[in-house]
Design a protein around this ligand. Structure first.
Ligand SMILES: NC(=O)c1ccc[n+]([C@@H]2O[C@H](COP(=O)([O-])OP(=O)(O)OC[C@H]3O[C@@H](n4cnc5c(N)ncnc54)[C@H](OP(=O)(O)O)[C@@H]3O)[C@@H](O)[C@H]2O)c1
Length: 290
């Protein structure tokens, strides 16, 4: 089979990463466009070829697959520009990589006979990532038109990722789940390190103190599942300890009390199998029923 050609519009962290890895699994680089030409040149260099174009529709013309990897807020207008300038060949697949948006944001490309889809790598890219493969073993979630899904699956498989099909209408909840697991973990550790500092531990020591505990918890979750991994005062029904935490936090870092309480409330149902209902109800009062 003739190798497929690809174009990238929006040559930032994800665009440049895709350029390198697509080229390395046998896709042919065809065109690159970005807001600044230096970024498009960097992507072409990373892919080992392809033309650098001023306009997205020049870069995308003739490509079998076009990735729109601009910031989420501009994906729709880039797709509209491609459609308006007839910058796609019939049967081309256009994919964006946003987790929050569905393929409907690029529906305009269907006017050129192209297929719309999204392929979201469930991974964090702080910078372009190569030569190491950042896709290996991760989830890449796809949705959209059938032809777009087929190609998205082929690319994910080529990257040694696990392809997951997501229903278009459920994409936003899927992304909210990723935000809770990844971004809010950062928020949790920010709160935890503040509490540690409040307990007298030097700021530069806090991560050293807490990270082994976090890793141990992740290991337990992996081995036993989420509910069975719960330990601590709520899992033991230890009302006095929860009460002491609330009192001390209120005195020392009062803005963190609602944070502690709301997470505690969401922890209570996980303890239902191991703690008596009357104790759970008492703890719910302490944590402020919602
Ligand atoms: N980073 C992550 O961890 C991550 C993870 C999963 C999915 N994603 C998704 O991947 C997509 C790209 O994210 P990113 O992190 O790679 O963003 P990024 O590093 O900010 O890159 C976006 C690139 O698009 C270019 N650009 C901006 N507006 C443009 C326009 N109107 N036309 C053409 N190019 C334009 C930018 O300009 P310059 O030419 O000025 O450089 C920039 O290089 C987003 O949909 C994001 O949600 C990101």
């Amino acid at each position: 089979m003739k190798p497929r050609t690809f174009a990238i519009v929006g040559c930032g962290k994800v665009g440049v990463t895709l350029a390198w890895h697509l080229a390395h699994i046998g896709y042919l680089p065809l065109g690159f466009a970005s807001r600044r030409s230096a970024s498009a040149h960097a992507a072409a260099e990373s892919a080992g070829g392809g033309r650098v174009c001023r306009d997205p529709w020049e870069a995308a013309a003739d490509a079998d697959v076009v990735f729109i990897t601009t910031p989420d807020g501009t994906i729709g207008s880039v797709a509209a520009g491609l459609a308006e300038h007839k910058g796609l060949k019939r049967g081309a697949v256009v994919l964006h990589c946003s987790g929050a948006l569905s393929s409907e944001i690029i529906a305009a490309v269907r006017r050129c006979g192209a297929h719309a889809g999204s392929l979201h790598p469930l991974q964090s890219f702080a910078a372009p990532a190569f030569p190491e493969n950042p896709f290996r073993g991760i989830i890449m979630a796809g949705e959209g038109d059938d032809k777009a899904l087929d190609l998205a699956r082929e690319i994910a498989t080529g990257f040694q990722a696990t392809f997951l099909t997501i229903e278009t209408e459920h994409k936003t909840l899927y992304h909210a789940a990723a935000v809770v697991a990844s971004n809010y973990l950062v928020t949790l550790l920010a709160a935890s390190t503040r509490l540690l500092e409040g307990s007298g531990i030097a700021p530069e020591e806090t991560l050293k103190v807490i990270l082994p505990l976090v890793r141990g918890t992740l290991n337990n979750i992996e081995k036993r599942g989420v509910a069975d991994a719960l330990t601590g005062p709520i899992a033991r029904g230890d009302i006095d300890t929860v009460e002491a935490h609330c009192r001390k936090i209120e005195q020392s870092l009062p803005d963190l009390l609602p944070f502690y309480q709301v997470l505690g409330r969401y922890t209570l149902p996980l303890a239902q199998g191991s703690v008596r209902a009357d104790k759970l109800s008492e703890m719910a009062d302490l944590l402020g029923r919602s």
